[in-house]
Ligand binder design. Sequence first.
Ligand SMILES: [Zn+2]
Length: 88
Amino acid sequence: MPIYEFRCEACGARFEELVDAGTESVACRTCASERTRRIYSPPGRPFGIVKTPGETRKQERKNAQLRERTKQRWSAARRRGRQSGEES
Ligand SMILES: [Zn+2]
């Protein structure tokens, strides 16, 4: 049985429900209204790829460090190149 995501038209709640395939609406968990609609989310969203905001920030910091290190290495190499007297 697939898990579908529903949105309640009455109270705006969003919830996931394990229902039979093809079920278009279920009673709202919050207000018990039957005016719910299935949300068509992209199928097979892989859990590993969905990152929490904290993980995303950590990754961005790591990327920034990597960029900084690459820049430093590059300019150090350029300095060394100049010191070796290439330009004279
Ligand atoms: Zn509701």
